[in-house]
Design a protein around this ligand. Structure first.
Ligand SMILES: [Zn+2]
Length: 511
């Protein structure tokens, strides 16, 4: 391909996570969303895309007000505190987000939410209706008879209140067919197939109109409905709009827009990462709103499973709430990233337990990858810098066929898995290279070699280890960096240094 046919234009890649509710501090169940998005964002950056990665917190609603009262704080104090904790969790886990949006931010977020409301109203899709229903305070939503067991909400063990209100409603039913077509045609991809089928069957049974506001006297903590001071926006038109308010939607006329009106550049989102409990909101209500407002639909909605702890749903009652700090303080960020990305099938639920964690840590990290790097660092460090021809044009002739083919096959497999959002499978592929080098080293016994024979083995093993480090960069950024400090290839020179163990076996101190 000639240089003049290539464009300097980078691909844009806009990725978002669902925003957690800031009524409490994060627990390990909150790790997956930002972690999956982080791997995809890092992967795209390495590929040269222009990436924007958004995270944030959902900060309004009656639950926040009640929790603040319990803790003798104002709602603002409560969400400031919890939002900061989510920010800390992201930093702790090395989440490479570009932007953090808070829905209580009146300057950044509210104009977008209100602009969306007006757009829906102008389309004739917001209407006033008297509503009578069973309201569960725990759900913070109306529930139906089907949700009750013995007269109580089965999730919250509370009797619902019969509430009669007049609210603004959104005519979601009108968009059922359009949303269905968007999913079926792939214009809006829903992954994996199991979730796609789930949402399609829900749409087939008919999407109902959604209550979009609450009386302000009951819900003073939220975005005011434009032109109706008696009503506050309910979560949908507030929280879901974060994905576009963060890139300037609603800021057309203000000075603020000069910095933030990136809307036309970034929207539609390329990937929206959400948990399975968020499927209906993101694959039905959100696209309905976008269609009504005349905006484009996100290209892909990727739905991951739940985090269970010791085989059970995370809950205070069960007493299995674990904070991310606790795990990261004990093992470090990369081992935690590894566990959640490798042990959890990207398409399904997964389980966290300390026992399984330590098994994976010792097996895959300490004895697997860590040991491999240490073995080659030990025999290679005494050789000094090794010059040889690594360029593709030179045919990499010092690399044995099976090593070169092994690396190439794994690379192709890895790309395929990442494009399909099968992050755990991509890691399984990378570990095939760990096994390949282990077999190679066991066969060649470099500790019994010297001179050119030793050099040849170190070159081949160093080549595989460099490949592993490159492939691990989106997953385990610190580890990739540490491997490169020990073994790296630059300008046709392989440099091997011996440093501390990458993953000290648990129970031992690093030496
Ligand atoms: Zn409930």
């Amino acid at each position: 391909m000639g240089a003049n046919t290539m464009s300097n234009q980078k691909n844009k890649f806009y990725i978002t996570t669902s925003i957690p509710y800031a009524n409490a501090a994060p627990h390990v169940g909150h790790i997956l969303d930002p972690l999956i998005a982080d791997v995809l964002a890092r992967y795209r950056r390495i590929k040269g895309d222009d990436v924007r990665f958004l995270v944030g917190t959902d900060e309004h609603g009656a639950k926040i007000v009640r929790k603040a009262e319990e803790e003798r704080k104002t709602p603002k104090e409560l969400v400031d505190e919890n939002s900061e904790k989510f920010r800390d969790m992201q930093k702790l886990l090395n989440i490479s987000y570009d932007d953090f949006i808070r829905t209580s931010d009146q300057k950044r977020h509210w104009p977008g939410a209100q602009k969306m409301w007006r757009a829906l109203k102008d389309s004739g899709d917001i209407y006033w209706k008297k509503y009578r229903g069973l309201y569960c305070v725990g759900h913070e939503a109306f529930i139906t008879e089907k949700d009750l067991i013995g007269g109580k909400c089965q999730d919250h063990q509370k009797e619902p209140e019969v509430v009669e209100e007049e609210n603004w409603f959104f005519r979601l039913s009108k968009f059922s067919r359009q949303i269905e077509q968007a999913i079926v045609s792939g214009r809006m991809n829903v992954l994996p197939d199991s979730r796609r089928n789930e949402i399609l069957s829900l749409i087939k049974s008919g999407l109902e109109d959604v209550s979009f506001s609450r009386p302000s006297k009951d819900l003073p903590w939220g975005v005011p409905v434009p032109d109706d001071p008696t009503q506050t926006m309910y979560v949908w038109c507030d929280a879901l709009v974060n994905y576009i308010s963060a890139i300037g939607y609603g800021h057309d006329d203000s000075a603020f827009s000069i910095q933030h009106s990136a809307f036309s550049k970034w929207w539609p989102a390329d990937v929206q990462v959400v948990g399975k409990d968020n499927l209906r909101f993101h694959a039905a209500i959100w696209p309905g709103m976008l269609l009504s407002a005349g905006l484009e639909l996100p290209k892909t909605i990727f739905v991951h499973g739940f985090v269970n702890v010791e085989g059970q749903k995370i809950s205070k009652t069960v007493g299995n709430v674990i904070s991310p700090d606790e795990v990261v303080d004990k093992y470090g960020a990369d081992p935690v990233r590894y566990y959640f990305l490798r042990e959890f099938p990207s398409y399904e639920d997964g389980d966290f337990s300390y026992k399984k964690f330590e098994e994976r840590y010792n097996g895959d990290l300490a004895n697997g990858l860590g040991n491999l790097v240490a073995r080659i660092a030990a025999v290679g460090a005494k050789l000094g810098p090794i010059r040889f021809d690594f360029s593709a044009s030179g045919g990499e002739k010092e690399i044995e066929e099976r090593i070169r083919v092994g690396c190439k096959n794994v690379f192709l497999e890895y790309e395929r898995q990442l494009e399909g959002f099968r992050l755990n499978e991509a890691l399984i592929s990378v570990w095939k290279l760990v096994s390949l080098s282990d077999r190679y080293i066991n066969e060649k016994k470099p500790w019994m070699l010297a001179g050119d024979d030793l050099k040849a083995v170190v070159i081949n093993a160093g080549y595989v280890i460099s490949t592993i480090a490159n492939l691990l960069e989106p997953f385990l950024p610190e580890t990739a960096e540490k491997i490169k400090e020990q073994i790296h290839i630059e300008d046709s020179v392989l440099v091997v240094r011996k440093e501390k163990a990458l993953f000290p076996r648990l129970g031992e101190t690093p030496h």
